[in-house]
Design a protein around this ligand. Sequence first.
Ligand SMILES: [Ca+2]
Length: 164
Amino acid sequence: MMGRLLLLSVFLFAVAASGQAEDGAPVVSGSVDGDMIVKYGTAELVWQQNTADTNSDGVITAASYPAGDKMTWQDAMTFCQSLSFAGSTDWRLPEIAELNGLVEIAHSYPAVNPAFQCESDAYWSATTSADKTSKAQYVHFNFGTESSRNKTKRAYVRCVGTGN
Ligand SMILES: [Ca+2]
């Protein structure tokens, strides 16, 4: 209990000492129970700082799950919903607007704030494509462009939550 309180205090201190993104949005990194998280922007959202290590082998690799960490859309949805991370089980795959909100075009390869570990590759959103329910929206973080692909294709995963 005390250890948990101490970690929370450290995180709150980090919040107080936070820097600013180039667009003026606050960026706060911290760890809870050893799991790295980032608060980014003005929304009360907590992100996994690193790409989700979906196969839990300690490294991020481009192969399809379970050999690597790229998942189909449904597996990505299930992974985040069942994730226990940074003392929270309240995780989900981000909506496309939330994922687009991470893009910083001042950067490229990857087009994201350096507070995040990010591959220059596609990351799934939870948003089903408007034109076809067999497809979902994703962001490719080389330049931060949004597109859609079939849900059976593989992409990286970064879960978002409330931290509660
Ligand atoms: Ca891995």
